[in-house]
Design a protein around this ligand. Structure first.
Ligand code: ADE
Length: 266
């Protein structure tokens, strides 16, 4: 009996630096260019993957997700990136693994309730629980030793004391939230939102349409307040990219080995 190669998992990065860190660990990546994007087909931790940069914003994320599903037949999409912390206690250096995602700038009221995606009858898109739980478990494990993960200098520079892992609502919109006033308004409107970013809920919507499992994990780079632009670029290089690689790698390593004869990298 012959076994078919398993469909790849998509690993979607929000920033160039995160994608580069992933590609450096892929021994056999092949570039496929679609819709002006480079999709990197290969293996990570022996698992077939397609790694790609989402680009920024909801439309870019939706296009990326659609191509991953239609052209590459991915069996799940995992998004890794950074986000601004909203809820009290969600601090820089923590990780948020989404249980559900919502577009905070979707508002077709009074025709539809605020945040509801018209004609879908829903505002909140559930993330895949099994993948999310597995990501949260590896995150808790990996973050136990932040110095081993990012080095003492980055720990000191960004005050990464005992990074936490949170599970809950992630909200997305086409806006970098960088004022305390806007952050507070979001917290008032969506009190259970843990963090804000610019892509996740759009990808979750596409995955809902296609019935493809979706998970999102975000490293908190800022508090979405007046100081949010601070050391963003350096944080991505020194902290978020290392978190992404460690977490995605550790999660992929928990998946069953690729079927024999499928050409998996060793
Ligand atoms: N990604 C990282 N920080 C963010 C913020 N403050 N707003 C939106 N997206 C973000």
């Amino acid at each position: 009996m012959s076994s078919l190669p398993r469909a790849p998992v998509a690993i979607v990065a929000a920033m160039h630096e995160e994608l580069s860190a992933l590609l450096a660990q892929m021994p056999d990546e092949q570039r496929v260019r679609v819709a002006g994007r480079d999709f990197w087909v290969g293996h990570l931790q022996g698992q077939p993957v397609v790694a790609v940069l989402s680009r920024i914003g909801k439309v870019a994320a939706a296009v990326t997700a659609t191509v991953l599903i239609e052209r590459f037949g991915v069996r799940a999409i995992v998004f890794t990136g950074v986000a601004g912390g909203l809820a009290p206690g969600v601090k820089v250096g923590d990780v948020v693994v989404a249980t559900e995602l919502l577009q905070h700038d979707m508002d077709a009221s009074p025709l539809f309730p605020k945040h509801e995606v018209p004609l879908m009858g829903m505002a909140r898109f559930a993330a895949d629980a099994a993948i999310g739980n597995a990501l949260a478990a590896v995150a808790a494990d990996v973050l136990r030793d932040p110095v081993a993960l990012v080095g003492q200098q980055a720990v000191d520079e960004f005050s990464l004391r005992q990074p936490g892992v949170h599970r809950g609502l992630l909200v997305s919109g086409d806006r970098f939230v960088s004022t305390t006033a806007e952050s507070e308004a979001l917290q008032r409107e969506l009190p259970d939102a843990l963090a804000v970013e610019m892509e996740g809920a759009a990808m979750a919507q596409v995955c809902q349409d296609y019935g493809v499992p979706f998970a999102a994990m975000r490293t908190i780079s800022d508090r979405a307040d007046d100081a949010a632009h601070g050391d963003f670029a350096r944080f991505v290089v020194e902290v978020a990219s290392r978190y992404s690689l460690a977490l995605v790698g550790a999660w992929l390593a928990t998946l069953p080995a690729q079927d024999a004869g499928s050409g998996a990298a060793t």
